[in-house]
Design a protein. Sequence first.
Length: 185
Amino acid sequence: MDRIDRHNTALADHLRSLRADRGLTLQELAENSGVSRATLSRIENGEVSPTAETLGRMASAFGLPLSQLLAPLEPEFPPLLRRADQSIWSDPESGFTRRSVSPPSSGLKLEIIECEIAPDQRISYDRPAVPGHEHHLVMIAGRLTLTVDGERRDLYPGDCLRYRLFGTTVFETAEHGARYLIALA
């Protein structure tokens, strides 16, 4: 079993545990997230990997940051997390890749993630997982159009946008795609 298969299996197990720990049936999670029961079942069984938008819907239904869906937070953390050991999740459908730069820990308040979106993509999240969650997005390369609660901003390398999530968020790339860091507080 290669690293990607192990990661998908671990993600499937973690998502199933989150649902079970909350006493939710697949049907209840489907109703709360807007993701079909069949799709949720296939995700929990490791048959398919969720898209970025599906994970966003699940995070909202659970009321958890996306990072806690992708990897359970550990109470202890290593002070140094080498790039090779950082958790990576990819959505082949949108060309979205998310690298958890920060060590996963429930004891830390700040998290840094590195994201890359392929050219000519659009990723939309209907609602935030945690309303009011503060983000600081720093563009590294490419161009990104980010719409937060109806306000559209074009971001270029070196730009930093600080915002809080309350409603819909849309990430759109142009012909060159985008690479950026997000600090979540």
